[in-house]
Design a protein around this ligand. Structure first.
Ligand SMILES: Cc1cc2nc3c(=O)[nH]c(=O)nc-3n(C[C@H](O)[C@H](O)[C@H](O)COP(=O)(O)OP(=O)(O)OC[C@H]3O[C@@H](n4cnc5c(N)ncnc54)[C@H](O)[C@@H]3O)c2cc1C
Length: 454
């Protein structure tokens, strides 16, 4: 059994297969496991350059933490740090946490508040036509919700464009609420019992957590359990299936090599799947996957003296709608969530730049990027003085965009599995872009294989 890709998806699949007694080899082209999960401990700071938190949307998440023996290292956020801010009128305003708060907040106009009250009475669209999340929100809640809330939320989750992201593929739960209950609000209320039965938790309510030394604790631990079944610095470049087994062409620092496996799981990225040569036995065309967009994002982690920041920064962080005209997409108040992210008397902010909104900014070198970021932080959080810690990572292709029309890529993935028996596809390009989606995806592909070999 071969797993291609040592991100969280491939590691989860390999971990569960090995536990079930299936011999497994994991090939990872880079020198480390974790994929986009990258934590750095330096000078008393802990920086996360990929995901910051893991959402417990499914019982499978907590199960993996327990199975990996990491319960004691799990770190739950400070409960006092639950506030979320959205920028309006050029300043962060707390998102209302209660119904009463919604009616008194200055984040939305009276007109927008009334539009929300009318949402349960708006006719549901049932013609099956795919639409963007922007079209959906305009139809059910109006332009102000799109511009001031959803645009910011979409930047926070996908670094994406609400006019391009598909409601059905990027926000399937919302699409389902309208289809089943005729309204998002009615669905939130009436769907609660169904969620209780399945143990699934909506993303906006799911508990979030990390580990004492960051999310990389999870991927490092899963990697260690693989022992010498883990092949780092080994890219799989070609898969051929002349008979009953797959031949893998490998590129290693010492040159090329070959391996043979009965089953192969591809747990990499869509753009690298497009580069893979696959013949089963005739060559298969995977070029369509190169059309899946992955916009660039820069993750900037800055530390400041607490006394140099006017805003309390108590809470999860702030989201910034495009209409507000800032350089940054948003910021996480990392050391408010997890106090061990900064030395005493200091705080850590994790800021994202680029995405579909301003892709050109993500690629700026640090000497140009940091001044842009700190200029925004000065205006939004009253930051003074120079950062005491500054590190960044540029992701040329960060997060797959489930844009309108994504169904054709998913259909091609299913078709590929049929054309190439014994090749299975899993990961954030197929089963949802969050870390928890990737864990569920990795666990599910292991279950499919276990069921087939049982
Ligand atoms: C900046 C950023 C912030 C994020 N924030 C959050 C967050 O706060 N919360 C959240 O839930 N999610 C977040 N996400 C999303 C989440 O991190 C990802 O969905 C998840 O980590 C994807 O894991 P994966 O294993 O599917 O893919 P990846 O992590 O991309 O791993 C794929 C691996 O496959 C390897 N590979 C590919 N092709 C080959 C090949 N041919 N041969 C060998 N190896 C190969 C690659 O080198 C890579 O290591 C964020 C993502 C980014 C980029």
């Amino acid at each position: 059994m071969a797993i291609i890709g040592g991100g969280i998806t491939g590691l989860t699949a390999a971990f569960y297969l090995k536990r079930a007694g299936v011999p497994v080899t994991l090939y990872e082209s880079s020198p480390r496991v974790g994929g986009v999960i990258q934590s750095l401990r330096q000078d008393g700071y802990l920086a996360e350059f990929g995901p910051n938190t893991l959402l417990e949307t499914s019982p499978k998440i907590g199960q993996l933490v327990r199975d990996a023996g990491l319960s004691a290292r799990r770190l739950d956020p400070d409960p006092a740090a639950s506030a979320r801010y959205v920028v309006r009128y050029q300043r962060p305003i707390p998102m209302p946490a209660t119904q009463l708060g919604f009616f008194t907040t200055e984040l939305f106009s009276l007109r927008a508040k009334l539009a929300l009250l009318r949402e349960p009475f708006r006719p549901a669209r049932r013609d099956g036509v795919e639409e963007s999340i922007a079209q959906f929100v305009q139809r059910r809640l109006g332009q102000e919700f799109l511009d001031q809330a959803i645009d910011a939320l979409v930047a926070g989750i996908y670094a994406g464009d609400p006019h391009k992201l598909s409601l059905q593929h990027a926000f399937p739960k919302l699409a389902e609420l309208e289809a089943r209950y005729g309204s998002m609000i009615k669905g939130q209320i009436l769907g609660a019992r169904e969620r209780q039965r399945t143990g699934e938790v909506a993303k906006d309510r799911a508990p979030k957590f990390s580990f004492d030394e960051g999310l990389q604790v999870l991927t490092d631990t899963l990697g260690q359990t693989l022992g010498d079944s883990l092949r780092l610095n080994t890219a799989v470049t070609q898969l051929t299936r002349p008979g009953a087994a797959w031949n893998l062409d490998l590129q290693t620092p010492n040159g090329t090599a070959q391996a043979t496996h009965d089953t192969v799981v591809y747990a990499g990225t869509a753009y690298r799947l497009a580069e893979l040569k696959v013949a089963a036995p005739a060559p298969l065309d995977l070029s369509a996957f190169s059309e899946i967009r992955y916009p660039p994002v820069a993750s900037v982690v800055l530390g400041f003296r607490r006394s140099d920041v006017t805003h309390p920064c108590h809470g999860f962080g702030m989201l910034i709608p495009g209409v507000e005209g800032f350089n940054i997409l948003g910021a996480i108040f990392s050391s408010a969530l997890f106090p061990n992210r900064a030395p005493a008397g200091h705080l850590t902010l994790t800021i994202y730049v680029g995405g579909e909104r301003q892709p050109e900014l993500a690629a700026l070198p640090p000497e140009k990027l940091y001044p842009l970021v700190t200029a925004d932080l000065r205006r939004l959080l009253g930051v003074r003085g120079e950062p005491t810690f500054a590190h960044s990572v540029f992701w040329p292709r960060a997060i797959p965009q489930y844009n309108v029309g994504y169904g054709r890529f998913r259909a091609r993935m299913t078709e590929l599995e049929q054309q190439a028996p014994g090749l299975l596809l899993a990961g954030s390009y197929r089963d949802g872009v969050s870390l928890s989606d990737s864990i569920v995806s990795g666990g599910k592909v292991a279950e499919r294989i276990n069921a087939a070999v049982a």
